[in-house]
Ligand binder design. Structure first.
Ligand code: GLY
Length: 420
């Protein structure tokens, strides 16, 4: 079968890499991909937001399955477009993608279906939100831009002044464009943050091995949040807690969407806080996490394509999934200045030095090919992933590989997987 992967980051390189290994697959395209994807898939010069061009491509090439990596095309309705053409697509339709596209909508749905989460209020204008701050009791408070803001719209505010600034950023300063046209203010809940990802076909669901990501840019979880500076799989969640997450959060969410007439096909990613009184839902994403995907797929010992097709065809209950018991650790190599302004076009050296070990794989994120060279082309540049018998061994192997790679100004966290 012929598969198109949409997106161009580390997550999409991992998807192309795993899909290309499937004996069911004869051809993989990636739109637009990156220099690393080109080793396992043919690149197509179409951006994930160019829905017309993607739909024409799928039709012209008779693509059997499209796998959508990022949330933006899903929220724009790419899955709806392809389904209308009678094409199989792994990723939710626009109405279901509202789980990530509108935090206010997702929170309201969760409340309506008694899914446990922090108390929240929604505001349509700054005056009402600022008035609320006058009455709000305890800090921190979590202030969230409603729409998609590339991970920058959520702020945990330690005091009124900080909350006020974020509200003004959203409503008055247009820092997040249309995404800041509504604001959710949520109570802060204490606990251990974790994410759980499930593949679902709208009726049944299959929980993936949990992974932990490291969002802050610096060691010790210091500095601003990023898309993710590293990840470890599995993440230690006790089986009883997993059962509770499934029963109280995941199953009711899948059911809620089916009730809305928008059954969810794809990966549902629940961002959770584990509290002494049980798990609480913080947010949903409607796609694989990045870099969580990069530690999950190398641990998937079975073929990923039957899993993806099982969701699309509604046959997930018949899919056999096997995991490599060994943990995986991913270290993200980023450009100087990330998550702020950063340079591009810097030569990456050492990629040939990390090819020999079967337990190490380097997924590309922001990279491009310039003639014979591979150069940086984004904030997160490479994802170095290693498997080992223990987290400590996987971590040691990953950092050994990191030491062989270089580009000017390369930065990374040194504590990914430490102490686990
Ligand atoms: N790693 C966080 C995310 O993918 O949203």
């Amino acid at each position: 079968m012929k598969v198109l992967v949409v997106g161009g980051g580390g997550r999409e390189h991992a998807l192309c890499w795993k899909i290309a290994r499937s004996p069911l697959v004869t051809k993989v395209w990636v739109a637009p991909g990156n220099a690393g994807c080109a080793e396992v898939a043919e690149r197509v010069a179409i951006q994930p937001t160019q829905l017309d061009a993607l739909a024409s491509f799928v039709h012209a090439k008779d693509v059997d399955l499209t796998v959508v990596g990022p949330e933006v095309p899903l929220c724009l309705g790419l899955a709806d477009r392809l389904q209308k053409l009678g094409r199989k697509v792994f990723g939710p339709v626009k109405d279901a993608a509202r789980l990530e596209g509108s935090k206010a909508w997702a929170k309201a749905l969760a409340r309506q279906h008694n899914i446990p989460g922090p108390d929240f209020r929604v505001f349509q204008a700054s005056r009402a939100a600022l008035d609320y701050l006058e009455r709000a009791g305890d800090y921190p408070l979590v202030v969230k831009a409603d729409g998609l803001a590339a991970g920058k719209g959520v702020r945990v505010c330690q005091d009124k002044a900080e909350a006020r600034e974020h509200i003004l950023d959203c409503f008055e300063r247009g820092a997040f464009g249309d995404a800041g046209g509504k604001v959710v203010i949520e109570d802060f809940v204490k606990g251990t943050e974790t994410s759980v990802l499930v593949v679902t076909g709208g009726q049944t669901l299959l929980v993936l091995e949990p992974a932990r990501d490291y969002k802050a840019v610096f060691d010790g979880d210091k500095g601003p949040n990023t898309g993710g500076m590293g990840a470890v799989s599995p993440s230690p969640i006790p089986p009883q807690t997993m059962k509770r997450i499934e029963e109280k959060i995941l199953v009711p969410t899948v059911h809620a969407l089916a009730c809305e007439g928008a059954p969810f096909v794809g990966v549902l990613y629940a961002g959770l806080m584990l509290t002494p009184t049980g798990p609480r839902l913080l947010e949903y994403n409607v796609r694989f996490g990045d870099p969580e995907c990069q530690v999950t797929l190398p641990r998937l010992a079975s073929d990923v394509v039957p899993l993806l097709l099982g969701a699309v065809d509604g046959t997930l209950d018949r899919v056999e999934v096997r995991w490599d018991r060994r943990p995986a650790v991913c270290v993200v190599l980023a450009s100087a200045g990330y998550p702020g302004e950063h340079p591009r076009g810097l030569e990456i050296r050492g990629l040939d030095r990390v090819r020999d070990d079967p337990d190490v794989v380097v997924f590309h994120a922001g990279t491009e090919r310039r003639g014979e060279k591979v150069v940086t082309d984004g904030g997160r540049v490479l994802n170095v992933v290693a498997l080992g018998d223990t987290v400590a061994k996987a971590r040691a192997k990953a950092y050994e590989a990191v030491a062989k790679l270089e580009f000017e100004g390369m930065v990374y966290r040194t504590d990914i997987g430490a102490g686990l």
